[in-house]
Unconditional design. Structure first.
Length: 523
C-alpha cells in the first residue's frame, strides 16, 4: 500500500480514528511538598546573596521521564541585578517614630493577578508536524517569608497549559491532549534601601494522553490493526513527548519570568534613588531603620529626625495587624516636619492664611461656604459651631516665634496644636505675642473623613498666670481665630483612578491617637 501525505487537521470522516480507552483529565497530584516535579533552571543564585542558598527538593520519580535533561545551563539573569549589594541596616528595637505594617493579603491586592491566554500550536516534535491550540492559565502572587534582618518574599507564578494537538507523519496522524503544570518562584529582598534578588527556580510537570490515531488504512479491512499499531507507537514515545513539552515550556517560562521580575525591581531601585536624594535634601532621610517579615506581614520601622529621650509604643502595638495596612506616626515626627517647614520667624498675614485655607478646602472637594453652612448638621450635638467671623477689613500681620513656632501633641484621639505668634493688626504691635492652642479631632462619617477643630484658647505669652480668666484682647483674638476654623473633609476611599489593584479600592477604617501616637488603619 502506498502511503500518501495527509492534510493537517482532524481525521477525515472517511477514516474513523481509533479512540483511547482512558479519557484525559484524570485528577493529578498537586504541589504538596512531597511530590515535587523536575526542577528546571539554576537552583542557586551564583554570587553573594542575602540568606542561605535555595535548596531544590529531589524530584519524585513517578513524574519524571527515564532520563530527564535540565535546560538550565545557558540562561542568565538581567545584569542590572546580577549582584545584590549588602547594606547595613540598624534595627531600632521599637524606637522608630514611623512604623508601617502591611499584610500579605493587602500586598496581593496590588500584585496578584490571573491571566488566561489562548493561542495556536505549531511545532515540529519527534519527526511529526504538530498543530493545534492551547490555553495557558497563570496566576502570580507574593509570598512573604519569615526574616529578622530584612524583608524577604517570593514571587510565585503557577498555572497550567492545556493543549489539543494533532501530530502528522506520512505513516499516521495522532491526536493528543496535553497538560503541563508549572510552578516558578523568585526570591526578593528589601533592606529599606534597595531591592535585590536571586535567579528564579522553575518546576514543570507534563502529561500527555493519546486520544486518537488515524492511518491511511483507516476505514479499510486492516484499518483497525493499523490504527492500534500507530496508537501503540505513540504511547511508546509519550515519555519523550512529555520531556519535549517540558523543555519547550521551560525555555519560554524561565527567561520571561526571571527577566520580567528583574526588570521591575531594577526600575523600583531607580525610582527609589531620587526619592532618597530629595528626602536627604529636606533632612528627612531616616537616621535608622529596620525591615523584617513574618509569614503574613511586612514590618518597616524608621527613625526620622532626632529621637526623643523616651518613646512609648503605639496604642495598637501587639494588637492583631489584620489584613490591611497600619501606619503609626509619633508626634516627634510631626514636630520634625514642622521644624523642617521653616516656620521659625516666618512672617505672613491673616489674608494669606485664609487663601491657603480656601485652597485646602478646594482640594478637599468643598468650599468654605458649604462647610460652614452644613457644619452644625454634620458635626453633631455638643460640637462647637464656628460663629460668623467678624474680622476687621484691615490686614493683620502674623509673625511666628523664633524658637518654638508650633508644637504638636497627640493624646486621647486628639491632635493638640500650639502656636506661638505675634499678631499685629494693620501692622501695629498693639498686643503682646500670643500662644494659641487648638484641639483637632477626626471623624469618620460614611465615605468621608473630617478634620474638625475644637474651641481654641488664646493666652498672652507674658501672662503670669496662664489659668487666669482671659482678657478682652485675648477673647477678641480667640473669636476671630474661631470663626476662621472650618472643618476639612476628604474622601476615605482612594480614588479609583489611582487604584490599579484587584477588588475595591483601599479605605481608611480607623484613626486612633493616644500617648503621643496616631495610628491609621487602611483596609
Amino acid at each position: 500500500v502506498t502511503a500518501e501525505p495527509m492534510s493537517i487537521g482532524p481525521a477525515p470522516g472517511l477514516y474513523p480514528p481509533f479512540n483511547a480507552p482512558v479519557y484525559f483529565g484524570q485528577p493529578v497530584v498537586g504541589f504538596d511538598g512531597r511530590l515535587v516535579p523536575q526542577a528546571f533552571g539554576p537552583p542557586v543564585y551564583p554570587g553573594p546573596v542575602f540568606g542561605p542558598p535555595v535548596l531544590v527538593a529531589p524530584a519524585d520519580p513517578r513524574f519524571l521521564p527515564p532520563q530527564p535533561v535540565p535546560i538550565a545551563a545557558n540562561f542568565a539573569p538581567s545584569p542590572e541585578l546580577a549582584t545584590p549589594v549588602a547594606v547595613e541596616t540598624r534595627r531600632t528595637s521599637g524606637t522608630g517614630n514611623l512604623r508601617l505594617t502591611v499584610s500579605e493579603a493587602f500586598l496581593n491586592r496590588v500584585i496578584a493577578q490571573e491571566r488566561v491566554e489562548p493561542g495556536p500550536v505549531r511545532d515540529y516534535i519527534l519527526g511529526a508536524q504538530v498543530t493545534g491550540r492551547q490555553t495557558t492559565v497563570s496566576r502570580v502572587r507574593l509570598d512573604l517569608k519569615p526574616s529578622n534582618d530584612k524583608a524577604t518574599a517570593a514571587f510565585v507564578l503557577n498555572g497550567d497549559v492545556q493543549t489539543l494537538t494533532t501530530g502528522v507523519t506520512p505513516q499516521a496522524m495522532i491526536d493528543t491532549a496535553g497538560q503541563q503544570q508549572f510552578l516558578a518562584t523568585k526570591e526578593v529582598y528589601f533592606d529599606g534601601v534597595q531591592f535585590s534578588t536571586r535567579h528564579a527556580t522553575v518546576f514543570i510537570r507534563a502529561r500527555n494522553q493519546t486520544v486518537g490515531a488515524t492511518t491511511p488504512l483507516s476505514g479499510t479491512l486492516f484499518g483497525g490493526i493499523a490504527n492500534r499499531i500507530a496508537y501503540a507507537a505513540a504511547e511508546r514515545q509519550k515519555s519523550a513527548g512529555e520531556a519535549v513539552a517540558r523543555d519547550r515550556l521551560a525555555e519560554k517560562l524561565f527567561p520571561t519570568f526571571d527577566g520580567e521580575v528583574d526588570g521591575r525591581l531594577s526600575q523600583a531601585n531607580r525610582q527609589l534613588e531620587p526619592l532618597r536624594k530629595r528626602l536627604d535634601a529636606a533632612k528627612l532621610l531616616p537616621t535608622s531603620q529596620a525591615v523584617w517579615t513574618s509569614d503574613t506581614h511586612l514590618f518597616h520601622e524608621m527613625q526620622i529626625g532626632t529621637a526623643p529621650t523616651a518613646i512609648s509604643s503605639p496604642v495598637t502595638e501587639g494588637a492583631e495587624p489584620g489584613e490591611g495596612l497600619r501606619l503609626s506616626i509619633h508626634e516627634s515626627l510631626l514636630n520634625t516636619l514642622v521644624d523642617r517647614a521653616g516656620l521659625k520667624g516666618f512672617k505672613t498675614t491673616d489674608k494669606k492664611l485664609r487663601e491657603l485655607e480656601k485652597s485646602l478646602l478646594s482640594a478637599a472637594g468643598s468650599s468654605s461656604d458649604d462647610a460652614a453652612s452644613d457644619d452644625g448638621a454634620q458635626l453633631g450635638e455638643g460640637t462647637l459651631k464656628p460663629p460668623v467671623a467678624t474680622t476687621p477689613d484691615f490686614v493683620t500681620d502674623i509673625e511666628f516665634d523664633e524658637n518654638e513656632p508650633m508644637v504638636m501633641k497627640l493624646e486621647r484621639d486628639q491632635l493638640i496644636v500650639t502656636i506661638k505668634a505675634h499678631f499685629k493688626p494693620a501692622g501695629q504691635a498693639i498686643v503682646p505675642p500670643m500662644t494659641v492652642t487648638i484641639p483637632y479631632r477626626t471623624e469618620l462619617t460614611g465615605n468621608k473623613i473630617r478634620w474638625v477643630a475644637g474651641q481654641p484658647r488664646v493666652v498672652a505669652q507674658d501672662r503670669n498666670d496662664p489659668a487666669a480668666p482671659q482678657t478682652i484682647v485675648e477673647t477678641t483674638i480667640q473669636k476671630v481665630i474661631e470663626g476662621d476654623l472650618i472643618p476639612l473633609e476628604f474622601d476615605r476611599v482612594l480614588p479609583a483612578a489611582l487604584w490599579t489593584g484587584s477588588g475595591p479600592a483601599p479605605k481608611i477604617a480607623s484613626v486612633k491617637s493616644d500617648s503621643g501616637w496616631v495610628t491609621i488603619t487602611i483596609e
